[in-house]
Design a protein around this ligand. Structure first.
Ligand code: ZN
Length: 238
């Protein structure tokens, strides 16, 4: 094994330590709780937005209906004036259906206004509930976040130590080897370099459990390294 590869393995060891710390952190129940509360908060926020927007739409309708109601009342007053000025019973009787029609139009308009106002009240209540939920969920989120920050702070010196060691090691590494390593890591492969399993060539296998193919075995013999066909890890001769 070359010195350059030994350094690479040292680097990988540190990287795996860092990965373990991150994995532990990410599997904390608080981490999941944070995601859940974040989703709940977003749900409450979008419900609030939706309800407020619907209330505003009804509000605009009420405004329009009030104008309509005013116009109907004006029409009623006009016809009423004509009715009062009429001198004969026939004339008055002829105006009655018109007055009744306007009156019923006014009533239907008023009913529409009332039903919209009811909806606005209902939506306002919903908005208040959404706000309460938001506040409660936010408190939960903040508490969980504080706990997580505390846990993270505890592992910080260890993380820093590893990161600094990696950094100083990095400059001494073979650039193309490091680039290859980083490529594998970004593909989600970890660890990248693994020692071959088995004492004799006949039994050589990868740590994933797969027996190495004949081609891989000869490549391992010639280049001290081959790639597992199954898990894509780089298998090396220890
Ligand atoms: Zn494998």
């Amino acid at each position: 094994m070359t010195d350059s590869f030994k350094k690479m393995l040292e680097y990988q060891k540190l990287d795996m330590e860092l990965r373990k710390i991150n994995k532990e952190y990410n599997s904390l129940p608080e981490k999941k709780r944070l995601d859940v509360t974040r989703n709940k908060f977003n749900e409450a926020q979008s419900a609030l937005d939706r309800n407020a927007s619907n209330a505003a739409t009804y509000g605009a309708e009420v405004e329009r209906l009030y104008v309509e109601f005013g116009e109907i009342m004006k029409r009623f007053e006009n016809v009423e004036a004509v009715y009062n000025a009429a001198t004969t019973a026939e004339e008055k009787a002829a105006l009655l259906p018109k007055l009744e029609q306007i009156r019923s139009g006014a009533e239907s308009c008023r009913n529409k206004i009332n039903s919209r106002i009811e909806k606005i009240k209902m939506l306002t209540n919903e908005c208040m509930k959404n706000l309460t939920t938001k506040k409660k969920v936010k408190e939960d989120f903040d508490n969980t976040k504080a706990k997580l920050d505390e846990i993270r702070a505890k592992s910080m010196p260890e993380r820093k130590r590893i990161e600094e060691q990696m950094k100083s090691l990095e400059v001494t590494l073979d650039k193309s080897l490091l680039a290859a390593y980083n490529k594998f890591r970004s593909d989600g492969i970890a660890p990248v370099f693994v020692p071959v399993v088995g004492d004799n060539e006949k039994d050589y296998a990868c740590i994933c459990g797969m027996q190495l193919s004949q081609t891989n075995k000869s490549e391992l013999k010639n280049k001290s390294m081959c790639q597992c066909d199954t898990c894509r890890r780089m298998v090396y001769l220890a």
